[in-house]
Design a binder for this molecule. Structure first.
Ligand SMILES: C[S@@+](CC[C@H](N)C(=O)[O-])C[C@H]1O[C@@H](n2cnc3c(N)ncnc32)[C@H](O)[C@@H]1O
Length: 347
C-alpha cells in the first residue's frame, strides 16, 4: 500500500471497522507503524508524507480475521514491562496487574520476600513484575506448555532478570518442594462450555489450556489450592486471579484446604479479581479430621506425580524444585532451575 500516512491510516481504519474491530483507528495507526518499523508517534509528524507500506495489507488481513493485535505486534506491555507474546499462552491482561497490587499490599515488607512461585507463568508477566518489585527475591515460573516456559525465560533474559528467575515445565506444583514467601497464579478459569462464545480474539487464537477451567471453571483452583499448604512459608501469601463471580467459590476451596482467604482486591471495573490467601494463623491451625480429610481429597485429585518430601537433602524453605532438571510432561522439554543461576532451556 502507498499513500500519505493520513490516507493509509484512514483505509486501514475502514478495513478494521468493517471487520468489527472496536478501536479501529488506534489499531490502524499501530499496524501502520509496525509495517514501517516506526514509532507510532512519528506518524503524527508524517501525516502528509507519502509512504510505502508493502507489509500493511497482510497485517490488516490478520487483524480483520480477528487475530489479537498483540500477537501481530509480538508484544504486550504489562506492569510497564515490555513482554514478547506468542500463541503458546495467554496475552497478559491489564486486570491481571491487580495481582501485583494485591501482592504489594499483602507483603509491604518487600525485602523479606525471598522466594516467589508463579504457577501457570505463561509469558512470565506476573513473576517478572513481582521480581521487579521485590528486589531481594528469586522466582520460579511453572507452565505445562514448554513453549510458554521458553517464552517466559526469554522475557526474563530481555528484561535483565534471568539471574533471579528460572522456569520449569511441569503440571502445576507437582514436582516442587520447598516453601515460598509469595505464590502467584492466574489459572485457566473459564467454564468449558463458555469458551466458544468468547470474543473471536480469545476463542480462536488463545490456547484452550490457558482458558479452560473445566465444567465449573474451578478445576485448576482445586489443584493449585491443594498444593498451597505445603508450598507456603509460614508468613507466605498466595494471590490467585479470579474470574468474575468466582470469589466465594474459590475462597470456599481455600478454607477447606485450611487456608485463610482475605478480602479480594477489585480490578478497575470493580470486579473481585485477586484473592489473597494466607496460611492458617497458629490458633486456627489443625482444625482436625475434617480439614485433613478435605486436604487429602484435594491432593489425591490433583497431584498424581509423586511429590518429593522436604526431608531428605533439602531444608523446608529451600523453595526450589526437588530436582535440578525436570522433564516436561510427555514433551521431552526440560528446564533447569536453581536459585541464583540463569534459566537453562535444554529442550
Ligand atoms: C490464564 S493463563 C495465565 C498466564 C500468565 N500467568 C498471565 O497471567 O498472563 C494460564 C497458564 O497456565 C498454564 N497451565 C494450564 N494448565 C497447567 C498445568 N496443569 N500446569 C501448569 N501450567 C498450566 C497455561 O499454559 C497458561 O500459560
Amino acid at each position: 500500500m502507498r499513500g500519505t500516512a493520513r490516507d493509509l491510516i484512514g483505509q486501514a481504519e475502514a478495513t478494521l471497522a468493517a471487520a468489527g474491530v472496536a478501536s479501529a483507528r488506534l489499531e490502524a495507526r499501530l499496524l501502520l507503524a509496525h509495517a514501517l518499523g516506526a514509532e507510532p508517534a512519528s506518524l503524527l509528524l508524517a501525516a502528509t508524507t507519502v509512504l510505502d507500506a508493502p507489509a500493511l495489507p497482510a497485517l490488516l488481513a490478520r487483524r480483520a480475521a480477528r487475530e489479537p493485535l498483540a500477537l501481530i505486534l509480538g508484544r504486550r506491555e504489562f506492569w510497564s514491562l515490555d513482554l514478547a507474546v506468542s500463541p503458546a499462552t495467554l496475552i497478559p491482561r491489564p486486570d491481571t496487574e491487580t495481582l501485583i497490587e494485591a501482592a504489594l499490599a499483602a507483603r509491604p515488607d518487600r525485602g523479606a520476600v525471598r522466594r516467589i512461585l508463579d504457577l501457570g507463568t505463561g509469558t512470565g508477566c506476573l513473576l517478572l513484575a513481582a521480581l521487579g518489585e521485590f528486589p531481594a527475591a528469586w522466582g520460579l515460573g511453572v507452565d505445562v506448555a514448554p513453549a510458554a516456559a521458553t517464552l517466559a525465560s526469554g522475557n526474563a533474559a530481555r528484561l535483565g532478570l534471568a539471574a533471579r528467575a528460572a522456569f520449569l515445565c511441569a503440571d502445576w506444583a507437582a514436582p516442587i518442594a520447598g516453601r515460598f514467601d509469595l505464590i502467584l497464579a492466574n489459572p485457566p478459569y473459564i467454564e468449558s462450555a463458555a469458551i466458544a462464545g468468547l470474543m473471536p480474539e480469545v476463542a480462536r487464537y488463545e490456547p484452550r489450556r490457558a482458558l479452560d477451567g473445566g465444567a465449573d471453571g474451578l478445576d485448576a483452583y482445586r489443584c493449585i489450592i491443594a498444593a498451597l499448604p505445603r508450598l507456603l512459608a509460614p508468613d507466605g501469601v498466595a494471590v490467585l486471579e479470579l474470574g468474575a463471580g468466582q470469589a466465594d467459590a474459590v475462597a470456599g476451596l481455600a478454607r477447606r484446604a485450611g487456608l485463610v482467604p482475605l478480602a479480594p482486591r477489585a480490578d478497575l471495573a470493580g470486579i473481585a479479581r485477586a484473592l489473597i490467601l494466607a496460611t492458617n494463623p497458629p490458633a486456627a491451625a489443625g482444625r482436625g479430621e475434617k480439614t485433613a480429610r478435605a486436604k487429602k481429597h484435594l491432593a489425591s485429585r490433583c497431584e498424581t506425580s509423586s511429590v518429593p518430601s522436604h526431608g531428605s537433602n533439602r531444608r523446608p524453605g529451600d523453595g526450589v524444585p526437588a530436582s535440578g532438571v525436570i522433564a516436561g510432561p510427555g514433551t521431552g522439554a526440560q528446564v533447569s532451575a536453581s536459585p541464583g543461576s540463569a534459566p537453562r532451556d535444554v529442550a
